[in-house]
Design a binder for this molecule. Structure first.
Ligand code: ATP
Ligand code: MG
Length: 633
């Protein structure tokens, strides 16, 4: 598609001439057997993409590149925790994946069986994922470092035949042992896996359970040269289950297909991320999240790119580490999260310019709202386009982005761009169910079915919950709800205003906590902020803000903290009006977040209102919630 192509026309075609559009995109994928129907939407909201076709994700990610790029880097594993750095060519990756697949076979894993992967960010985790889909097995990666309770509920939901794990992960120089958590989880779960494959990194105790645990290295040595061909599966065959972050409640098991996902990722590399085969992609996410699935493992490899898998912090040994990798491996596309950008913002920007970043085309950020000050700071520091993109575990790839590969559109800081081709996005009035067309008017971000290829097929094992959760929440309409608020400007750029359950009602005024946060972030001394609604006898609810300061020395005692508080309130007064002014602003060292870096507003709010914060299994640092409690005392 030529760069001059008008995006509007491209987008319209994806909706109005859907099948022809996606048939074209499907050419980027190897099919073992051609499909006979692009999209079967006979039974809404269940979409079946490329029905009748057969393919294999592992074949598309690995085998098909052997012809042209066997000796090129495929997987680059870098750990600044164990100081291991190792690059695998496509040929080597192909070998390792077959070895892993042979191990699965020896343990009785068959097509359709589930394999649960509870692993740190090591190369073996990538082998384990690719080997599973190679056999037509369904992987479910559970973020390493979740405790046993969270793991047990996922074991019971996915009922895996085999679990793959490791003795430990590492974070900030500290060993995080996994084995006892895994043992506890299996103990807690009603379902018992037949076998557990343990990768021994030599970091922590690994007492094997007889008759269940097997050692990866020992088995690998037995299958060094066992060819394991790809199992051709239907396009609609599930490739994986991935649980959502649990920011708003109990995680949902998102089920993904094979063919549609493969097509969607291949197309996104071309039209959104603009990575070329032979180049290097660096996503700083974790394989436990959707970004890790789509843009550490599958997207780059399907596109014939090398991908970096990084274990470590962005600030160790110093804040230049990521950029040194960009220089060393000539990274052309980088992908991270606003939370990481905000961590770097607290460091000296000189670290970001120390290295040669000439290979880098753009930095993409996704996962939570990208506030304008952070985006501007980042752009100034690295002098590269900073591109926000908006999506969900459910969608598997962006709903909103700037499609540079189609039409180089200017980025508008604060906006993740326009609706991405294939997503028939609408803003809906929550109360009436009417569509909002007027620019600047807020609504629920929704989409008409069918969702494009790559999105969730259903919730694992629960079609009824899928329909009820996502397709029945908007008054009188069968539409997919994102559960996020947004507005659109006159040019079609969207702005995300937070989650539908993050709205507070102050004396009859409905306010998005996100808008208040946005305003507070514009204060020069604010690094991060969380705003929640707290029950108030007089006003119904009031806004409360918890702020991490860049320079904490400006709020060391009651008097200086009060001064900062008043300054911040004044900022909100000026930008949004006194109605949005938080009733109080408190200063903390860190904010409670999910392990994927998203603010846990529901937990903060519960603490503010003296309620039980509920399920905290996905929370990163429990001490952060304690700080909030202390501030309220
Ligand atoms: P759960 O659904 O279990 O509560 P979650 O929604 O946090 O968890 P994810 O699927 O990882 O799980 O996150 C998707 C959500 O993240 C989106 O619905 C949106 O609220 C937020 N988000 C993602 N990208 C952006 C972005 N670029 N700007 C603003 N918000 C974003
Ligand atoms: Mg969600």
């Amino acid at each position: 598609m030529p760069a001059s192509q008008n995006y509007e026309a491209f987008f319209r075609r994806s909706i109005d001439d859907r099948d022809a559009f996606w048939a074209e995109q499907a050419q980027g994928v190897d099919w073992h057997q051609p499909y006979d129907r692009v999209c079967n939407y006979d039974r809404p909201p269940f979409a079946r993409w490329f029905e009748g076709g057969q393919t294999n994700l592992c074949h598309n990610a690995v085998d098909r590149h052997l012809k042209d790029r066997a000796e090129q880097n495929a997987l680059i594993f870098v750990s600044t925790e164990t100081n291991v750095e190792k690059a695998y060519s496509f040929r080597e990756l192909h070998e390792e994946v077959q070895r892993f697949a042979a191990i699965y076979q020896a343990l009785g894993v068959k097509k359709g069986d589930r394999v649960l992967i509870y692993m740190p960010m090591i190369a073996e985790a990538c082998f384990a994922m690719l080997a599973a889909v190679r056999l037509g097995a369904v992987h479910t990666v559970v973020f390493g470092g979740f405790a046993s309770h969270a793991l047990a509920s996922r074991i019971d939901d996915a009922t895996p035949t085999v679990i793959v794990s490791a003795d430990a992960g590492m974070r900030g120089g500290k060993v995080v042992p996994y084995k006892h958590l895994l043992d506890e989880a299996i103990e807690l779960a009603a379902h018992k896996p037949a076998s557990v494959v343990m990768v021994n990194r030599g970091l922590a105790d690994l007492a094997p359970v007889a008759g269940r645990d097997v050692d990866y290295a020992t088995l690998r040595a037995q299958y060094l040269d066992t060819p394991v061909p790809c199992e051709w599966v239907d396009s609609t065959h599930p490739s994986y289950i991935l649980y959502t972050s649990g920011t708003t409640g109990k995680p949902k098991g998102v089920q993904r297909d094979t063919g549609g996902y493969c097509v969607a990722l291949a197309a996104s590399m071309k039209h959104i991320y603009q990575g070329e085969p032979g180049e290097t992609f660096f996503s700083t996410s974790d394989i436990g999240w959707v970004v890790g699935h789509s843009y550490i493992i599958y997207g780059p490899l399907i596109n014939g790119m090398a991908t970096i898998m990084y274990e470590g912090l962005p600030t160790r040994p110093d804040a230049g580490i990521w950029w040194s990798l960009v220089e060393k491996y000539k990274v052309s596309v980088m992908f991270s999260a606003p939370t990481a950008a905000r961590v770097l913002k607290k460091q000296d920007p000189a670290y970001l310019t120390k290295y040669d970043l000439s290979s880098l085309k753009a930095l993409f950020l996704a996962g939570e709202p990208l506030d304008e000050p952070t985006a501007t700071w980042m752009a100034d520091a690295i002098k590269k386009p900073i591109i926000d993109n908006y999506w969900q575990t459910e969608t598997g790839w962006p709903i909103m982005a700037i499609c540079n590969g189609v039409e180089p559109a200017p980025t508008r800081f604060g906006s993740p761009g326009k609706a991405v081709y294939g997503f028939d996005v609408r803003l809906i009035d929550e109360v009436t169910g009417e569509e909002i067309t007027e620019p600047g008017k807020k609504g629920v971000i929704a989409a008409e079915g069918p969702l494009p290829p790559g999105c969730l097929q259903t919730i694992w094992g629960d079609d009824a919950r899928y329909v009820k959760t996502y397709w029945s929440s908007i008054h009188g309409r069968t539409m997919y709800s994102t559960f996020d608020w947004g507005v659109k400007d006159a040019d079609g750029y969207f702005f995300i205003l937070g989650r539908t359950d993050d709205v507070i009602n102050v004396a009859g005024h409905r306010l998005g906590t996100r808008e208040i946060e946005e305003s507070i972030s514009s204060h020069a001394n604010v690094a991060e902020v969380a705003v929640v609604g707290m029950a108030d006898q007089l006003k119904g609810q009031v806004a409360v803000a918890f702020v991490v300061l860049k320079d904490a020395s400006r709020a060391v005692d009651a008097a200086s903290a009060r001064e900062q508080e008043l300054e911040i309130m004044k900022t909100v007064d000026e930008q949004l009006g006194a109605v949005a002014r938080p009733a109080m602003v408190r200063f903390v060292g860190t904010l409670p977040k999910t392990r994927s870096g998203k603010l846990l507003r529901r937990a903060i709010q519960a603490v503010c209102e003296g309620r039980d914060p509920g399920d905290l299994t996905t929370m990163d640092d429990p001490a952060a919630l304690q700080q909030i409690k202390d501030q309220l005392a």
